[in-house]
Design a protein around this ligand. Structure first.
Ligand SMILES: [Zn+2]
Length: 195
Protein backbone atom coordinates (compact mmCIF):
# COMPACT_ATOMS: atom_id res chain seq x y z
CA UNK A 1 0.00 0.00 0.00
CA UNK A 2 1.09 3.52 -0.55
CA UNK A 3 -0.24 6.95 -1.11
CA UNK A 4 -0.67 7.90 -4.73
CA UNK A 5 -0.12 11.36 -6.04
CA UNK A 6 -0.01 13.24 -9.32
CA UNK A 7 1.95 16.45 -9.69
CA UNK A 8 1.36 18.88 -12.54
CA UNK A 9 4.66 20.78 -12.90
CA UNK A 10 4.98 24.08 -14.75
CA UNK A 11 8.31 23.93 -16.63
CA UNK A 12 8.28 27.59 -17.60
CA UNK A 13 7.29 29.39 -14.40
CA UNK A 14 10.15 31.45 -12.97
CA UNK A 15 11.10 32.18 -9.39
CA UNK A 16 9.40 35.57 -9.78
CA UNK A 17 6.03 34.58 -11.25
CA UNK A 18 5.45 31.16 -9.66
CA UNK A 19 3.51 32.51 -6.68
CA UNK A 20 1.13 34.58 -8.79
CA UNK A 21 0.59 31.79 -11.34
CA UNK A 22 -0.09 29.29 -8.55
CA UNK A 23 -2.67 31.61 -7.00
CA UNK A 24 -4.32 32.15 -10.39
CA UNK A 25 -4.82 28.42 -11.01
CA UNK A 26 -5.90 27.81 -7.42
CA UNK A 27 -8.55 30.56 -7.71
CA UNK A 28 -9.87 28.86 -10.85
CA UNK A 29 -9.95 25.41 -9.17
CA UNK A 30 -11.87 26.88 -6.22
CA UNK A 31 -14.29 28.78 -8.50
CA UNK A 32 -15.00 25.54 -10.41
CA UNK A 33 -15.63 23.67 -7.15
CA UNK A 34 -12.81 21.26 -7.93
CA UNK A 35 -11.10 21.99 -4.61
CA UNK A 36 -12.28 23.61 -1.39
CA UNK A 37 -11.25 27.19 -0.64
CA UNK A 38 -10.06 26.57 2.91
CA UNK A 39 -6.81 24.79 3.74
CA UNK A 40 -7.19 21.75 5.95
CA UNK A 41 -4.99 18.94 7.23
CA UNK A 42 -5.35 16.68 4.16
CA UNK A 43 -2.05 16.21 2.32
CA UNK A 44 1.17 14.33 2.99
CA UNK A 45 3.56 16.85 1.45
CA UNK A 46 4.71 20.21 2.72
CA UNK A 47 3.22 21.27 6.03
CA UNK A 48 0.36 18.75 5.74
CA UNK A 49 -2.18 21.39 4.80
CA UNK A 50 -3.91 21.55 1.45
CA UNK A 51 -7.19 21.98 -0.34
CA UNK A 52 -9.63 19.06 -0.03
CA UNK A 53 -11.67 17.98 -3.08
CA UNK A 54 -14.58 20.31 -3.80
CA UNK A 55 -18.14 19.30 -4.75
CA UNK A 56 -17.22 19.18 -8.46
CA UNK A 57 -13.83 17.44 -8.21
CA UNK A 58 -15.09 14.79 -10.68
CA UNK A 59 -14.60 17.32 -13.51
CA UNK A 60 -10.87 16.73 -13.16
CA UNK A 61 -10.68 12.93 -13.17
CA UNK A 62 -11.41 9.91 -15.31
CA UNK A 63 -12.99 7.87 -12.55
CA UNK A 64 -15.49 9.94 -10.59
CA UNK A 65 -15.73 7.57 -7.61
CA UNK A 66 -15.52 9.58 -4.44
CA UNK A 67 -12.05 9.75 -2.94
CA UNK A 68 -12.17 8.64 0.65
CA UNK A 69 -8.55 8.75 1.73
CA UNK A 70 -7.75 11.30 4.37
CA UNK A 71 -4.72 12.34 2.32
CA UNK A 72 -6.76 13.53 -0.64
CA UNK A 73 -5.98 17.21 -0.95
CA UNK A 74 -4.21 19.51 -3.37
CA UNK A 75 -0.88 20.95 -2.35
CA UNK A 76 0.49 23.91 -4.32
CA UNK A 77 4.29 24.01 -4.16
CA UNK A 78 6.20 27.13 -5.16
CA UNK A 79 9.93 27.72 -5.12
CA UNK A 80 12.86 25.93 -6.75
CA UNK A 81 11.98 22.24 -6.47
CA UNK A 82 13.09 18.92 -7.93
CA UNK A 83 9.77 17.13 -8.23
CA UNK A 84 9.98 13.34 -8.34
CA UNK A 85 7.73 10.32 -8.57
CA UNK A 86 8.55 8.81 -5.19
CA UNK A 87 9.19 5.08 -5.23
CA UNK A 88 11.18 3.25 -7.87
CA UNK A 89 14.01 4.22 -10.19
CA UNK A 90 14.03 6.27 -13.35
CA UNK A 91 14.67 4.28 -16.56
CA UNK A 92 16.37 6.86 -18.72
CA UNK A 93 17.28 10.50 -19.21
CA UNK A 94 17.05 12.36 -22.52
CA UNK A 95 19.57 15.05 -23.49
CA UNK A 96 17.87 18.35 -24.47
CA UNK A 97 20.65 19.10 -26.97
CA UNK A 98 21.03 15.87 -28.98
CA UNK A 99 17.95 13.90 -27.83
CA UNK A 100 20.17 10.90 -26.95
CA UNK A 101 18.56 8.60 -24.43
CA UNK A 102 20.88 7.64 -21.60
CA UNK A 103 19.78 4.35 -20.02
CA UNK A 104 20.09 4.56 -16.25
CA UNK A 105 18.99 1.05 -15.29
CA UNK A 106 20.00 -2.40 -16.50
CA UNK A 107 17.69 -5.19 -17.69
CA UNK A 108 16.69 -6.07 -14.13
CA UNK A 109 16.00 -2.40 -13.43
CA UNK A 110 19.05 -1.90 -11.20
CA UNK A 111 20.60 1.58 -11.44
CA UNK A 112 23.77 1.66 -13.60
CA UNK A 113 26.31 3.56 -11.52
CA UNK A 114 28.51 4.69 -14.41
CA UNK A 115 25.51 6.01 -16.34
CA UNK A 116 24.50 8.12 -13.34
CA UNK A 117 27.94 9.70 -13.05
CA UNK A 118 27.26 12.80 -15.24
CA UNK A 119 24.17 13.53 -13.13
CA UNK A 120 25.76 12.96 -9.70
CA UNK A 121 24.91 15.81 -7.30
CA UNK A 122 23.43 17.94 -10.09
CA UNK A 123 19.87 17.96 -8.76
CA UNK A 124 21.24 19.16 -5.45
CA UNK A 125 23.29 21.91 -7.14
CA UNK A 126 20.26 23.13 -9.02
CA UNK A 127 17.82 22.87 -6.11
CA UNK A 128 20.09 24.72 -3.70
CA UNK A 129 20.38 27.56 -6.21
CA UNK A 130 24.16 27.69 -5.89
CA UNK A 131 24.71 26.34 -9.38
CA UNK A 132 22.89 25.38 -12.52
CA UNK A 133 23.60 21.68 -12.07
CA UNK A 134 25.47 21.54 -15.37
CA UNK A 135 25.44 18.06 -16.98
CA UNK A 136 27.93 17.10 -19.67
CA UNK A 137 26.08 14.79 -22.04
CA UNK A 138 28.04 11.57 -22.57
CA UNK A 139 26.70 11.37 -26.12
CA UNK A 140 27.16 14.86 -27.65
CA UNK A 141 29.49 16.25 -24.93
CA UNK A 142 27.33 19.37 -24.78
CA UNK A 143 26.75 21.07 -21.43
CA UNK A 144 23.48 22.33 -20.02
CA UNK A 145 21.55 22.55 -16.76
CA UNK A 146 19.90 19.43 -15.37
CA UNK A 147 16.57 21.29 -15.30
CA UNK A 148 16.46 21.02 -19.11
CA UNK A 149 16.86 17.23 -19.24
CA UNK A 150 13.76 15.09 -19.57
CA UNK A 151 13.17 11.81 -17.85
CA UNK A 152 11.45 8.57 -18.83
CA UNK A 153 7.80 8.56 -17.72
CA UNK A 154 8.38 12.12 -16.49
CA UNK A 155 9.94 10.67 -13.38
CA UNK A 156 11.64 13.99 -12.48
CA UNK A 157 10.89 17.60 -13.27
CA UNK A 158 12.74 20.71 -12.14
CA UNK A 159 10.49 23.69 -11.67
CA UNK A 160 9.26 26.55 -9.52
CA UNK A 161 5.58 25.59 -9.43
CA UNK A 162 3.78 22.29 -8.96
CA UNK A 163 0.25 21.19 -8.13
CA UNK A 164 0.18 17.86 -6.28
CA UNK A 165 -3.13 16.00 -6.09
CA UNK A 166 -2.99 13.36 -3.35
CA UNK A 167 -5.05 10.19 -3.76
CA UNK A 168 -7.05 11.39 -6.79
CA UNK A 169 -8.03 9.11 -9.67
CA UNK A 170 -6.14 9.76 -12.92
CA UNK A 171 -6.42 13.39 -13.94
CA UNK A 172 -7.84 13.76 -17.45
CA UNK A 173 -5.60 15.15 -20.18
CA UNK A 174 -8.24 17.83 -20.83
CA UNK A 175 -7.95 18.97 -17.23
CA UNK A 176 -4.15 19.10 -17.17
CA UNK A 177 -4.13 20.87 -20.56
CA UNK A 178 -6.49 23.48 -19.11
CA UNK A 179 -4.08 24.04 -16.23
CA UNK A 180 -1.32 24.65 -18.80
CA UNK A 181 -3.55 27.07 -20.67
CA UNK A 182 -4.31 29.00 -17.48
CA UNK A 183 -0.58 29.15 -16.78
CA UNK A 184 -0.26 31.21 -19.94
CA UNK A 185 0.39 28.30 -22.28
CA UNK A 186 3.37 27.10 -20.28
CA UNK A 187 4.78 23.63 -20.86
CA UNK A 188 3.68 21.20 -18.19
CA UNK A 189 4.52 17.63 -17.27
CA UNK A 190 2.49 15.32 -15.07
CA UNK A 191 4.40 13.17 -12.58
CA UNK A 192 2.56 10.20 -11.13
CA UNK A 193 3.88 8.22 -8.22
CA UNK A 194 3.45 6.97 -4.73
CA UNK A 195 5.16 7.37 -1.40
ZN1 LIG B 1 23.55 15.26 -25.83
Amino acid sequence: MGDYFQTVVDLDATERDAQELGARVLDWLIAEGIVAAERTDCVLGGDGYGHAPGPHFAKAVDDPDPVDLWSNGLHVQTGRTVFDSGQGDVGAAVCPLCRAEIRLVDEVWEPIESAWEPFEGRFHDWAEGGGEGIVHCPSCLGACGIDRWSWEDDYYACGHLGFTFWGWAELTSGFTREIGRRLGGHRIVVLAGKL
